[in-house]
Design a protein around this ligand. Structure first.
Ligand SMILES: [Zn+2]
Length: 256
């Protein structure tokens, strides 16, 4: 059986002397594991497409339940991402999260579009990396069925909660003073601006996902809460995120 489909490479593992095993998120069949024979040989015509974070048209064939890459065409390699350590690390984290959220053999058009938009933003748009990261994390959680309840304080119903926080386990926003009416667990502080940005990310049109403005403190809180929420919901960490944080960590200056 043959299949020609566009796909994004979410993971690559070297195999034998010149092969790779790839995890693809394909347009037509969702997540697929495929072998790419000979793609590490010098001059291999499929080499460019068979690397992490490549987007390309793949012609695949299946034999005895195993998929292999036959041909590839029209690669987009996001060169601006590959040449920058922080960007490529963040993009690898997006790939790792997308792989964790996607189901085998089931098309995931929302997740695929999210991943591609985020890679495009890192490649071509001049948006702070933490803004791309927070938008990716919140929106992908919503796509995966973990949309947080952000319309009003979960306790008193105030549309603009006072000193807004988000309860990670419950996925609910609330006022600081309403905290003790909720279950135990961690709540993280937002700002009014961060909550407005969160509403834009979760409720807004996908194509305008990144068109929000928030001040530096709001963005920091939005991003800290998004990764904590994602790890709480998925009950796991991500080695690519740990690495991203290790290279972007900037110690706060001690107060005089
Ligand atoms: Zn309240």
């Amino acid at each position: 059986m043959h299949l020609t489909t566009n796909a994004l490479v979410l993971r690559e593992v070297n195999y034998k002397e010149s092969d790779k095993i790839l995890t693809l998120l394909t347009e037509q069949e969702g997540k697929l594991t495929v072998s790419a024979r000979g793609c590490r040989k010098k001059g291999s015509p499929i080499a460019a497409a068979c690397q992490l974070l490549a987007w390309a048209e793949f012609t695949l064939y299946e034999f005895n339940g195993l998929w292999s890459v036959k041909e590839t065409a029209s690669e987009r390699l996001f060169e601006g991402v590959r040449g920058d350590l922080e960007k490529v690390t963040l993009a690898s984290y997006f790939a790792e999260v997308t792989e964790a959220l996607a189901e085998e053999g089931q098309p995931e058009p929302g997740l695929l579009a999210m991943a591609l938009n985020s890679l495009h933003a890192l490649d071509k748009l001049n948006v702070p990396l933490n803004q791309v990261k927070a938008a990716f994390e919140w929106r992908s959680m919503a796509l995966a069925g973990y949309e947080p309840q952000i319309a009003r304080c979960a306790v008193c119903g105030r549309v603009q909660p006072r000193e807004p926080h988000i309860h990670l386990g419950e996925g609910m926003v609330h006022c600081a003073s309403c905290r003790d009416k909720l279950e135990e667990g961690v709540s993280m502080p937002l700002t009014a601006g961060a909550l407005a940005a969160l509403r834009h990310i979760v409720w807004g049109p996908r194509k305008r996902l990144l068109s929000f403005r928030v001040d530096e403190e709001g963005l920091r809180r939005l991003s800290e809460a998004s990764e904590a929420y994602l790890m709480t919901r998925l009950e796991r960490g991500f080695r690519t995120l740990d690495f991203y944080k290790s290279i972007t960590y900037k110690p706060t200056r001690a107060q005089p």
